[in-house]
Design a protein around this ligand. Structure first.
Ligand SMILES: C[S@@+](CC[C@H](N)C(=O)[O-])C[C@H]1O[C@@H](n2cnc3c(N)ncnc32)[C@H](O)[C@@H]1O
Length: 367
């Protein structure tokens, strides 16, 4: 069982918010709480009405601005952190064998995440694996992200949230600075060994940020990752399900469906976090983060504490690709005068096989 965290989730989240605002104290003071509340209301609006109302709401959110990073994490951080847990639970109930297992000797898992941001979604993964026992001890993260302002913030997530909850967990992050709308292959190739070992690819709340015009380049980059991975890869995708978001997401779901085995997919599902081990609630201490962000306030504005999330989602699995095509293999066999024996083993061709077709089996299929 996960032992009660020495640092409760919201306390660790508060450290991340302090880090984003560049604060020096361990908590958000009254003025930073007010700024965070304002920022979270703005981000909720931006998400809801992306690009609408005569540019009142931008079509892309500038995460290099501290107010947008803080507003985003205050508005969605807890629910996004818990969503991976709920997602993995659904995959497990479909077929537990499709859940990648931490490698036995090292209890290690490798996760590549696109549009990593603060990588808060890694929390639910750690919780899933370590709920019953400490199955996961080493987490290698390949964090693909175009905004480097997130780096110190996500490192606070690892130090306070992951290590504060999972004491024995070793987190090894690799920050990969990539804009998925550009050709990332040279950069991704620099991290080839790390990416090739991925067990899970997370595509969480990032496609919604990328307009459809970039889909062919984004797919080229994702395909490079899929082709690099050496073992079966579990791909988890979760994105906003609002109708205006669907063009940015559905093309990728269609592409993935064509080249992977789909485990589950939904156009829209509401995930509830009001019961179970990961429950979102007021702390009722008066000093908890949720109490101060969403509770009764002196200035009147009081954003609602949301305990559910609607998402379009998908889970699918790739089979590793052979680095050498079957055609090349056949050609090589023909040249070496080998063939497949009855039991499937490679055997030398017998001398009596004198015809061209005996000597070069499958030659016609290669032309
Ligand atoms: C909404 S945040 C999601 C963060 C995190 N995955 C989560 O679920 O909470 C989207 C992230 O995607 C990043 N992003 C947007 N467009 C991108 C692109 N073209 N290439 C790489 N990252 C991108 C943003 O900078 C931002 O950090």
């Amino acid at each position: 069982m996960v032992k009660p965290a020495e640092i409760p989730f919201t306390e660790a989240l508060e450290s991340v918010l302090v880090n984003i605002w560049g604060g020096t104290k361990s908590n958000l003071d009254a003025s930073l709480i007010k700024k965070t509340r304002k920022a979270l209301v703005e981000i909720r609006g931006a998400y809801r009405f992306k690009g609408e109302f005569r540019k009142k709401y931008p079509s892309t959110i500038q995460y290099r601005l501290a107010k947008n990073r803080a507003g985003y994490l205050a508005a969605f951080g807890q629910r996004h952190a818990y969503l991976t847990y709920a997602h993995l639970k659904r995959v497990e109930s479909k077929n537990p064998e499709l859940i990648p297992q931490p490698q036995e000797t090292k209890s290690e898992l490798v996760i590549t995440t696109l549009g990593a941001g603060a990588a808060i979604e890694t929390f639910g993964i750690c919780f899933f694996y370590n709920e019953e026992s400490q199955k996961l001890r080493k987490l290698r993260l390949n964090l693909v992200e175009k905004v480097d302002a997130w780096i110190p913030n996500r490192h606070t997530v690892f130090d306070k949230l992951l290590k504060g909850t999972f004491r024995k967990l070793d987190v090894i992050p690799v920050d990969i600075d990539c804009d998925l709308t550009k050709d990332c292959i040279p950069k991704l190739a620099n991290y080839y060994d790390a990416i090739a070992k991925s067990d899970i690819l997370l595509i969480y709340n990032v496609m919604n940020e990328i307009t459809t015009i970039h889909s062919s380049m984004v797919w080229r980059n994702i395909k490079f990752i899929l082709n690099s991975v050496e073992q079966p890869l579990l791909i988890l995708l979760a994105e906003p399900s609002a109708p205006n978001a669907s063009p940015r997401i559905n093309w990728l779901k269609t592409q993935l469906a064509q080249c992977t085995d789909v485990i589950l997919t939904s156009d829209e599902e509401e995930f509830f976090f009001d019961s179970g081990p990961l429950r979102i609630e007021f702390e009722n201490t008066g000093i908890g983060l949720n109490d101060r962000l969403f509770g009764q306030t002196m200035d009147g504005s009081k954003p609602q504490l949301k305990t559910s999330l609607k998402r379009t989602h998908m889970a699918c699995r790739t089979k590793p690709q052979s680095p050498i095509s079957i055609e090349q293999v056949l050609k090589q066999l023909a040249m070496l005068q080998l063939k497949r024996g009855k039991k499937g083993r490679f055997v030398r061709q017998s001398k009596q096989q004198q015809t061209f077709w005996d000597k070069y089996p499958g030659w016609d299929k290669l032309q």
